[in-house]
Design a protein around this ligand. Structure first.
Ligand code: ASP
Ligand code: MG
Length: 409
């Protein structure tokens, strides 16, 4: 008997019929002899609906009450799924995060899991029950309800799989795996059968929204084999593991990721003296604005241009800060540009291959796409380009690195 943790996302439990479908799927695993712990999200759209109501009442709802509110969506689906399983002859019991219990810190709306008591779950499994746990929620040491950040049910599932030492954590969703790039942009994008945690982290942080980033970090840290698969179609999905493929099979690039959510800010003509970068970025950090890429270059006239990117939602706040900094530092001008995007090639295979960057840059040059910024890590090269070139860049790179379906022309 092996233990599997399965997580079903919002669309998978989006209606009573879908919940009944999930119940039949789960029963199938029971019939094959597996112990099953199921984590569910709220019905799709429900968490947004709850947040919408809160925002009608208050511009800044009290975080503690926000968590009491938005954790209710998952309480509905665990109960309905338990009923659906019981109805088709499968013993099942549901638990909220607080009942399990899933201990978190007290950072409302973005809490972190600190520990899980698995006693209830283990006893129920032993008694032949399917155990259903509400995703996305826990309680802190004062028994306040907390939530784990949007998409947090993935993290609940991975944390349970780690705590229960499950064979595999399966994330069922409305796509059948992780793709080489977004199939809505490149029709010939291919499902990857395997990808490493590191690559998945890069893909996720670059905008591929299949999994919550924190769940991937968690799975990597505790070495929980994680599989993304479709609720609605049979198939092996994508396995996310620590293992890399045999070097002969390992492609240089595993995927092309992109992100439309960034904006670029530039301070022109900053005096080129020590401490300038810190003076520019400290007030930005103080306002909790995350900075992603940074480029600084030195001109001939003892001044430098300093460019960085932030989330698009933060660009106006960051711009205001820079206006102040610019006058303090005697910089010439502040510019902002929200019409950019970031395109990245990701692959552990690039560790053992030279020339990936130049191949990438040549491809963009051939398409007449100007590169505004570049950043690299061991397994990723990212560029910032004008957002109007996003699709062209992604398609061209997908082709250059030979990621398309074998049978696509
Ligand atoms: N229901 C929560 C959300 O919509 C958590 C989840 O679905 O993973 O973000
Ligand atoms: Mg989700």
């Amino acid at each position: 008997m092996t233990l599997i943790v399965q997580k079903y996302g919002g669309t998978s439990v989006g209606s009573v019929e879908h919940i009944q479908g999930v119940a039949r799927k789960v029963r199938g695993f029971r019939e094959k002899g597996h112990d099953v712990v199921v984590v569910v999200s709220a019905m799709s759209g429900e968490t947004n609906r709850l947040i919408g109501m809160a925002n009608e009442i208050s511009q800044r709802p009290v975080p503690r009450e926000m968590d009491v509110l938005i954790s209710t969506g998952e309480q509905v689906t665990i109960a309905l799924l338990a009923m659906a399983l019981t109805e088709i002859g499968c013993l099942a019991r549901s638990y909220t995060g607080g009942q399990v219990k899933i201990h978190t810190d007290s950072a409302h709306t973005k809490a972190r899991i600190e520990a899980i008591d698995s006693e209830n779950i283990c006893a129920d499994l032993k008694a032949g029950h399917v155990v259903i746990v509400a995703g996305f929620q826990g309680t802190d040491d004062q028994n306040n309800i907390t939530t784990l950040g949007r998409g947090g049910s993935d993290t609940t599932a991975v944390a349970l799989a780690a705590a229960l030492n499950a064979e595999e954590c399966q994330i069922y969703t409305d796509v059948d795996g992780v793709y080489t790039t977004d199939p809505r942009i490149v029709e010939s994008a291919r499902r990857l059968s395997k990808i490493t945690f590191e690559e998945m982290l890069e893909m996720a942080s670059l905008g591929s929204k299949v999994l919550q980033i924190r769940s991937v970090e968690f799975a990597g840290k505790y070495n929980v084999p994680l599989r993304v698969l479709s609720t609605f179609e049979e198939g092996p999905g994508t396995l996310i593991t620590t293992e890399e493929l045999e070097s002969m099979e390992q492609p240089v690039i595993s995927g092309i990721a992109f992100n439309r959510d960034e904006a670029k800010l530039t301070l022109l003509g900053v005096p080129d003296v020590p401490g300038v970068a810190a003076k520019i970025l400290a007030p930005v950090g103080e306002k909790n604005i995350e900075v992603d890429m940074i480029v600084q270059n030195v001109g001939a006239d003892q001044t430098t241009d300093f460019t960085f990117t932030v989330h698009r939602n933060d660009v106006d706040a960051a711009h205001e800060i820079l206006e102040v900094v610019a006058s303090q530092l005697g910089a010439r001008e502040v510019r902002k540009d929200a019409k950019i995007c970031k395109v990245s090639v990701v692959g552990v295979g690039m560790r053992s291959h030279a020339g990936v960057a130049s191949q990438m840059f040549e491809t963009l040059a051939t398409e007449g796409i100007n590169i505004q910024m570049i950043s690299t890590s061991e397994i990723k090269i990212s560029v910032v380009v004008d957002e109007k070139y996003l699709e062209l860049a992604v398609r061209a790179l997908h082709q250059t690195f030979d990621l398309a379906l074998e049978d696509a022309s």
